[in-house]
Ligand binder design. Structure first.
Ligand code: 3QA
Length: 228
């Protein structure tokens, strides 16, 4: 079975490629896709570039062009829930788009007709994650992740997202992956390690912790493959 492993930034997939070692690079739609074998799996690995549009393109390509049957996302996020500290892992139970707004027509934030405010991730993949976390004695948090085309470095914006969506963390790609995978019936899992707290220090903390947090997430994803 072919499994997609996706990140948004190069730093988010680099630890995966380093661990897997041997791969073939295929250029498609102005992006690089890395094809590899790991244990009994065929893998397609890529980073999309930042934001919802690129993430949608990459997730769709991994499924429709490369034939991925499951998709795992690995990366970093800004914390909303104060229990989440830098380096902590959160697995999305569901994802929403915090910047989607047709409230002028009486709809809730994050909703468009025939869509849903939140999309749930695959429960089986989340179970595998729990097994891995237990085995490694890692405190894996589960919660709602809010996605939008915005690097949030502002407490007021963060608090608005928290109260509107009851979200625990925020980032810029997860809900796109959720929409694509839900539409195409591909089970998906979104894992993020905290790089910052979406506050006024977010830019500095992000730069400081991107690499170490991205590695936390990537290492966990590799362990999940070992259990699939
Ligand atoms: C931010 C990355 C994007 O892919 C979303 C990181 C971590 N903290 C966040 C926050 N708000 C929103 N998202 C996040 N990822 C890209 S901007 C920096 C680009 O530097 C998750 C995330 N607070 C490029 C060098 O110029």
């Amino acid at each position: 079975m072919k499994i997609a492993i996706m990140g948004a930034m190069q730093e988010e997939i680099e630890p995966l490629l380093a661990k897997i070692g041997e791969y073939e690079k295929v250029r498609y739609a102005k992006n690089d896709y890395y094809l590899a074998k790991y244990k009994n799996f065929e893998l397609v690995i890529a980073y999309s570039k930042i934001g919802k549009v690129f993430a949608t393109l990459t997730a769709t390509t991994m499924i429709e062009k490369f034939g991925a049957k499951k998709l795992l996302f690995s990366g970093v996020a800004g914390a909303i829930n104060p229990e989440l500290k830098i380096g902590d892992l959160i697995a999305a139970t569901q994802l929403c788009q915090h910047d989607l707004d047709i409230t002028a027509f009486g709809h809730p934030y994050g909703y468009v007709p025939e869509g849903a405010v939140c999309i749930k991730s695959d429960t089986n993949l989340r179970k595998i994650a729990k097994t891995v976390a237990d085995e490694k004695s890692i405190a894996l948090k589960e919660g709602t992740i809010a996605t939008g085309d915005q690097f949030v470095a502002d407490v007021a914006r963060k608090e608005w997202i928290e109260k509107t969506f009851d979200a625990d963390a925020l980032e810029m790609e997860g809900a796109s992956v959720a929409v694509v995978c839900d539409s195409l019936d591909v089970p998906f899992f979104i894992l993020r390690a905290i790089s910052d707290s979406a506050d006024m220090d977010a830019g500095f903390n992000f730069d400081t912790f991107l690499e170490s947090s991205a590695k936390q997430s990537a290492d966990f994803i590799i362990s999940m493959l070992d259990h699939m």
